[in-house]
Design a protein around this ligand. Sequence first.
Ligand code: FES
Length: 147
Amino acid sequence: MADAGPGPDPTAGTPPLRDDARRLCAADDLVEGGVGVRFAVGIGGREIGAFVVRYEGAVHGYLNQCAHVPMELDWQEGHFFESSGLYLMCATHGAVYQPDSGLCVGGPCRGASLAKLRVEERDGAVYWIPESPYDDPPSPPSPPPVP
Ligand code: FES
């Protein structure tokens, strides 16, 4: 009997990772409903906090800004899920969000949404793909010229 070979390539048809993709963490760093990884994006020359979490096996990234008042959501650094691990929760007034869509389903901003970012998981790592209006954070200021 002939060898059937290694089978179909699971990455066949997947476009290559964009050159400007930024590696955020190892895929294993994100546990289902667990601690998220914080990072920063730039908008209009300002640096804004963001985060990525894992929910139902997929990675999801958002700006770390509540839809009620633009305050960071995590009650301890990286802790975005409430105790059941089913919803993201804002530490300030308790708004709860669906982790996969960012839609607020309870609390003072019900019906509003978190700002979703494009993230991808591949080859054992998680990447943020910059898209307008969120680009890379501004570079640190250059040191003054040496006289
Ligand atoms: S600031 Fe998040 S619920 Fe009010």
